[in-house]
Design a protein. Structure first.
Length: 237
């Protein structure tokens, strides 16, 4: 597929190309995993989408971003993969991230975008400040982006106290925000057991998020049996 000079006149060729990459069995399987989304799922495996994104980045990435729509899940996933790998300074990168968040309507696109957005490492302090705007957004997917970004890039000695404080300040009842928070805390528990345990024991987590966090810890292979048993006991306190 030629990804040079992408425009409204030839963009439909890209859509047809994507449709040809779809697998019905995978579409059915992945649809169940992704859950609710407003987009039609074609059924293209992520490694193929990553490869396609690299080809777009070598070609006309700007043209792709101008033309890509919201009809297909894979279109939005590709948009996220391309956006996450664009070059630029902090202002450009943060604007790119901000504009993409409006396209997110499911956890898979959200989390894939976050783990691909490695340019955040070039401007860690600037982005850490910027993530606060996501964590306080009315958009549930912006909040999850903030949580997952902190989990992916800020579980370090320098940031851990601020990460835990920010996570604790997120008081939302949307399932995917709560699960994102639980995922962050269970991952933090592996690296910073005592600090994370202090938060879990503090009583500031709502019962649902506490239960999710404990379950994520119990499911982890990197947490000791003794810690798992103790954490399970906290459910009934």
């Amino acid at each position: 597929m030629n990804f040079e000079n992408i425009n409204e006149n030839n963009y439909n060729e890209i859509v047809n190309y994507l449709k040809a990459l779809g697998e019905e069995d995978y579409r059915s399987f992945h649809s169940k995993i992704v859950g609710e989304t407003s987009c039609e799922i074609i059924g293209i495996r992520l490694p193929i989408l990553r490869k396609t994104a690299k080809e777009i980045l070598k070609g006309d990435a700007s043209g792709f971003l101008k033309c890509s729509g919201r009809s297909y899940y894979e279109e939005i996933m590709l948009r996220g993969l391309v956006t996450a790998q664009l070059k630029g300074d902090f202002s450009e990168l943060s604007e790119n991230a901000d504009s993409f968040i409006d396209y997110i309507d499911n956890w898979a696109v959200c989390d894939t975008f976050c783990c691909t957005f490695k340019s955040i490492k070039k401007y860690p302090e600037e982005f850490f400040g910027h993530l606060e705007t996501y964590l306080t957004s009315s958009n549930q997917w912006a909040v999850r982006v903030g949580l997952v970004m902190m989990m992916n890039y800020y579980l370090t000695d320098y940031y851990i106290d601020r990460v835990l404080e920010r996570a604790d300040n997120v008081k939302r009842d949307e399932y995917y925000i709560r699960m994102g928070k639980a995922w962050l805390l269970s991952t933090s528990f592996v690296k910073y057991r005592d600090k994370t345990l202090a938060l879990i024991e503090s009583g500031t987590l709502d019962k649902t998020t506490l239960s999710m966090t404990i379950q994520k810890c119990v499911d982890s292979f990197r947490i000791s049996k003794e810690d798992k048993e103790y954490l399970k006991s906290l459910r009934t306190r």
